[in-house]
Design a protein. Structure first.
Length: 181
């Protein structure tokens, strides 16, 4: 299930228990995940979670957009959680990865979807715009390696920006194909 935007000072994640009459009722939180089925992660001034991508090893990529200060621009923000709900500190920078766009000057990046493949690498899909010109968003993609770094073999140093489209505002959707993405 993909939550709609959640605005708060932290990313919040709750994992539900698989259907099993011995463990709990449908819809109960999975207490093997972070002891109570929930976890939070402080990320700068404010953050919003928009996508969760399960990985084959039981870990999760949780992503959205975050800003470091009230006047700072939004960036893609992704964190990796192990199956037990702890942050995977060996991934990215202590379990987190921020990605910013390539406009000259400050940019506003909004992450809409994470698509992961079986190797643990992931494509981040969203939009970018020059700060103050959010009505002129462009498609923005980034690919992360299984270790949480930008993939230098993808686009320009791990990111790619599409053509200008003043009508493209938060309208992405993605599906995983047989080739891994």
């Amino acid at each position: 299930m993909r939550p709609d935007r959640v605005r708060s000072l932290v990313l919040v994640l709750g994992i539900l228990v698989p259907t099993s009459p011995l463990l709990a009722a449908d819809g109960d939180l999975d207490t093997s995940f972070s002891e109570d089925g929930k976890t939070t992660l402080a990320w700068g001034f404010t953050a919003e979670a928009t996508s969760v991508a399960p990985l084959d090893d039981g870990s999760l990529l949780v992503g959205g957009s975050a800003k470091a200060a009230s006047t700072a621009p939004w960036d893609f923000a992704v964190a990796k959680y192990l199956a037990d709900g702890t942050l995977d500190t060996g991934w990215g920078v202590s379990g987190k990865r921020s990605v910013t766009g390539t406009h000259a000057g400050p940019t506003e990046e909004r992450l809409l979807e994470i698509v992961a493949n079986s190797s643990g690498s992931a494509v981040l899909l969203g939009t970018t715009a020059a700060q103050g010109q959010e009505n002129f968003r462009r498609p923005f993609l980034a690919r992360l390696t299984a270790g949480g770094d930008l993939d230098p073999t993808f686009g320009d140093g791990g990111t790619a920006v599409g053509d200008d489209n003043p009508y493209l505002i938060d309208t992405f959707s993605a599906t995983r194909h047989l080739d891994g993405y």
